[in-house]
Structure formats: C-alpha cells, structure tokens
Design a binder for this molecule. Sequence first.
Ligand SMILES: Nc1ncnc2c1ncn2[C@@H]1O[C@H](COP(=O)(O)OP(=O)(O)OP(=O)(O)O)[C@@H](O)[C@H]1O
Ligand SMILES: [Mg+2]
Length: 256
Amino acid sequence: MIFSKKKKDEQPASEPDLVKEEKQDLKLEKEVHNEKLLSVVNVERVFQAGGAPLRVLKGINMELRQNQLVMLRGRSGSGKTTLLNCLGGLDTPTEGEIWFNGRPFHKLSDDKRTLVRRKEMGFIFQAFALMPLLSAKENVELSLRMAGVPRGTWKERVDHCLELVGLEKRMNHRPFELSGGEQQRVAIAKAIAHKPILLLADEPTAELDSNMAAQIMSVFKTIIRTEQVTICMTTHDPTIMEVADHVYEMVDGKFI
Ligand SMILES: Nc1ncnc2c1ncn2[C@@H]1O[C@H](COP(=O)(O)OP(=O)(O)OP(=O)(O)O)[C@@H](O)[C@H]1O
Ligand SMILES: [Mg+2]
C-alpha cells in the first residue's frame, strides 16, 4: 500500500504530505525486503561414494531475504538439489556455514534441525510427494499435525490454503483423482499450511505444461505477498526465471 487510508472526517493530506508518506512507506517496504533470512557462507559438500571423494558443492555463497522469490538454475548434475537439501537441513555441508533466521543451522543437532524444519520450512518436490490414500484436505492437515499446530485451528487453515491455490472445490479428492497441476497445488497448500518462513521447491514445475507452470508461479507470487514467505526453487525453465527476484546460476558446484 502506498498511501495510508484517511478517515472521512479528516482533512485531506496536502501534496507534500502524501509524497512524504509515500517515501516512508517505500522505505519501510525496502527495510522489510532487505532483512536476511538465510545466509550461506563458503559451503562445500563432498560425498564419499565408491572410493574417491566427490566434490559436489565447491564454495557456495548466497543470501535469501524476506519475501523474495529466488531461483537456482544449472545443468543436470551441477549440484542444485544437493544445495537445496543443505539449505533445508535434509543434508549438512562438509564445510562452511548456513545461518537460518539468526541460527547457525550447520551446528544444530539433527533433532533440533528437524524441529526447525518442521515448524519454519516447507518443501515442495518435483513429484508432488502427496500421501496417495489421503484426500487433498487430509494431506494438508498432515503437515499441521507434523508441525504441532493445535487441532482446533486446522479446518480454517486448511480451507484457507486450499482456497489460496484455487482448489477449494477439490478438497475431498485423493491425488489420483486430481490432474498433475492440481496435485502440485495441493503440495503447495500442504507446504505452506503451517506458515513456514521459507519454502524450498525442487523443480516444482518440471512435470507440468507451460500453462500449469505459469499458474504455479502465480500462486507462488500470491503466497509471497499474502503469507510472508520466501521461496527458493530450482528450475530449468528460462520463461519461469523472468519472475524471479534473483537467479543464481550454478555450474559444476559453483555460482558464476
Ligand atoms: N548422496 C550422494 N552420494 C554421492 N553422490 C551424490 C549424492 N547426491 C548427489 N550426488 C552427486 O552429486 C552431483 C550433483 O547432484 P544433484 O542432484 O545435486 O544435481 P542437480 O543439479 O540437482 O541435477 P538435476 O538437474 O538432474 O536434478 C551428481 O553428480 C550426483 O551424482
Ligand atoms: Mg536436482
């Protein structure tokens, strides 16, 4: 919002006042936008697979700020998923630091990291990862249960999230009764239900046609605005990258 609303009986603001208010609002917006949510410092990941060590991440530095849509692009095998797994604490770097919301994520025990992940992060994978026997509604409920959200608030939140992704009419369908794009939208509702501050998505549009992919991106834009979430995703699709706030280009385990 640029101009603040005035009550009817108040004097209308003069022109310079409005300009001043506009500047203040923009400054506030910028400050919010500039807050660091995640910092990655010199991260390396070496796998010990079949003898020789394999260096997959070779000194990654990056930052995610609040309410940003950030993309990682790079060829197959360049290390995108490995990095995303480290950001989400599903894997730990061999070297380097990851700071998440003021905490040294790289130093936390597995249990602590799991707790932080369940409460403050959401994940979306290429292949939807929904529970096949549960309805859309029950799938979304599951993430609230996992995050320890009180049961009394579930219904309202589930309805709201399925509405956000435009699936309120499909809430009792099970995954096999939904199209690919619809399944991915349930996966988004599921990933944001517990109000994470960071959403990590690995190729969330790879299995979708360009129309559906554009719809998913528009849902992402909406939730960044309305749910105060930062999204970091990987993609191969150049048309999708146009909507990113920032694109990190990965080549052979490094950013260029
Ligand atoms: N657990 C593991 N053990 C050993 N090597 C691994 C492991 N995970 C990934 N790698 C290797 O690390 C490299 C990078 O894999 P990664 O999955 O991060 O690539 P990617 O950029 O996500 O590729 P794609 O676009 O195909 O998904 C690959 O060569 C892969 O074989
Ligand atoms: Mg990958």
